[in-house]
Write a protein that binds this ligand. Sequence first.
Ligand SMILES: [Zn+2]
Ligand SMILES: [Zn+2]
Length: 331
Amino acid sequence: MRTTVERRAVGPRDVLIEIRYAGICHSDIHTVRGDWGKVPYPLTVGHEIVGQVTEVGAEVTRHSIGDRVGVGCMVNSCRECDNCKAGEEQYCLKGMVGTYAGTDRDGSVTQGGYSTHIVVDEDFVLRVPEAIAYETAAPLLCAGITTYSPLAHWKAGPGRNVAVVGMGGLGHMAVKIAAAMGAEVTVLSQTLGKKDDGLAFGAAHYYATSDPATFEKLANTFDLIINTVSAPIDMGAYLRLLRLDGTLVAVGAPPEPLPVQVFALFGARRSFAGSSIGGIAETQEMLDFCAEHGISAQVEVISADEVNEAYERVLKSDVRYRFVIDIDTLR
Ligand SMILES: [Zn+2]
Ligand SMILES: [Zn+2]
C-alpha cells in the first residue's frame, strides 16, 4: 500500500537523501507481520538504503550534495555510553535507534527506506564507493555488515577454515566476504541446489546438511562457523564441527530459545556467540573493503508494486540472493 510519511525538517546536522534503491531484509517481513511484537502502524520498513544527498544542514561536514550514500539498520544512538564511545553503536547501552519502528529524537516513530526520501543525522550516513553500483550496494548495509563484522572480529583470513551455514541473503555475502578476506570457505546448505553459485562466490567446498555423512566428515574442522539460518538447528551437531577453540556465531535469530549441548562446548574448548550488525565506522570499512575487492550483493531488482510477491518468495527462500526495490518506481 502506498501512503505518505512525514520526514522531520533537515536539522543542522542532518542530510536529506533521495533514495534510489532499498533492499528487502527478512527483518522487514518479521516486523510488518508482527512476529517480533506489536507494530507501530502505519510503518514503512527497509534498512538497506542507498541514494544521493540532495540537501545538507548548515553544520554538516561529512557529506555534500550529490554524494552517493547509504543508511543501514540504525539512525542514531546515545553516543555517550561505553559501547558508543568504542564505536559499537549497535550495542548502545541505551538502545540504538532503529531505522524503522524506532523512536526518533522528536518522539515520532522512525520510518524506513521503502520511500522516496529520508532525513538522517550525518554521523549515521555511510559513503557508498563509486565502484559499487547502487542496487548491489543496498544489501551491504544490513546483510553485508551483519556478516562482515563477525568475520572480522573472529579473524577470518588466510589459514582459517570458515563455514557459512545457509546460502540466502546473509549467507551469500558471508561467503563472498570471507573468501575475499582469504579464508578457506565451506558452505553448509540444506541441499546442493545453490552449489554452483556458492563456488562462484568464492567457497572452496559445499556440503548438504541433509546428508548425515557431512557431519561425520567435517567434525573438528572449522575455526569459525557463521550461522545465518533463523530456523532452529541441532546445535550439538554444528558445534562438533568446530576444531579446538573454534567459535560458532549466530547472526540469524530463531524466535525460540535453542538448547545448547554444553558437552559439545567442552569437547574442544568451543564457543557459541552472537553478533548484531556492526558499528558505523566498521560499516564504512566494510563498504570500502567490498569496493576494493570488487564484491557486492547479487540482487533481483523489483518495482515497488512487487513487494508483497517478493515477501512470499523470500519466505520460500526463492531469491538469488536479495530483492532490491527500485525506488524510482515509487515516484
Ligand atoms: Zn536487515
Ligand atoms: Zn550509547
